[in-house]
Write a protein that binds this ligand. Structure first.
Ligand SMILES: [Zn+2]
Length: 228
């Protein structure tokens, strides 16, 4: 009888351990860097847009391959580039919140961050979009104060596991190498749809997407990735 109880205890402990290993962000309010590693699912993410030229080009490319991505938009750019914003909202992609003015996070108190987030959310809603409940802080910066607020506002903070540094005009071959040498199931890839010209992101994506598909990767939104 004692042995049976011991076995039950060990089994329960094993299940708890497996659960913890499989949970990408076990700490309450902690940012997500990636999803579960078991399946070959990855999420492309695009920050800082929309851009009047590059966002529609990326949308066309994603449509060509029938794949979905997540765009972390800047509210101010949604207002300035309304046509690109409408096209993005009408697309099947997921929209995350990347603040209204893309400020330095260290300069924001709780009230200012709340305003940045809510203003962007209003713009997304006014264009007919819905909130994904995802937030990405500018430059990936975060603090304990912000974590508490985001938790209160029921946002998931999403960072990334692969940084392509495409904003720095890395050559497409460098971007491709950064991805292909490191990619694994569950990865969240950081790209930018708003960059100062010249844009190397789109040429890199034209090469990367077919190679990743050929390697068996499935492209999903961040929410789908985190749901498992
Ligand atoms: Zn940004």
């Amino acid at each position: 009888m004692k042995g049976k109880r011991y076995l039950c205890f060990c089994m329960a402990l094993l299940f708890v351990c497996l659960f913890l290993v499989n949970t990408p962000s076990p700490v309450q309010g902690a940012p997500f860097y990636h999803g579960k590693r078991e399946e070959k699912k990855i999420a492309l993410t695009f920050d800082d847009g929309p851009h009047p030229r590059y966002t529609p080009e990326i949308l066309r490319l994603l449509e060509q391959y029938g794949i979905k991505a997540t765009f972390f938009v800047v509210g101010e750019n949604m207002e300035i580039y309304a046509e690109a914003a409408k096209a993005l909202i009408a697309s099947p992609h997921e929209i995350g919140n990347h603040t209204y003015t893309h400020p330095h996070m260290s300069a924001l108190d709780e009230k200012a961050l709340r305003e940045e987030i809510e203003k962007t959310e209003e713009i997304i809603r006014a264009l007919g979009g819905t909130s994904s409940g995802l937030f990405r802080p500018p430059e990936g910066k975060k603090s304990a104060v912000h974590t508490a607020l985001l938790e209160e506002m029921a946002y998931k903070t999403v960072l990334w596991s692969i940084d392509t540094r495409d904003w720095s005009h890395n050559a497409p071959s460098v971007i491709c190498h950064a991805v292909l040498s490191a990619v694994q199931g569950g990865d969240i890839l950081l790209f930018h749809d708003f960059v100062v010209p010249p844009n190397t992101t789109i040429t890199a994506l034209e090469q990367l997407i077919p190679q990743l598909l050929k390697s068996g990767y499935q492209f999903v939104t961040v929410s789908e990735l985190l749901e498992g």
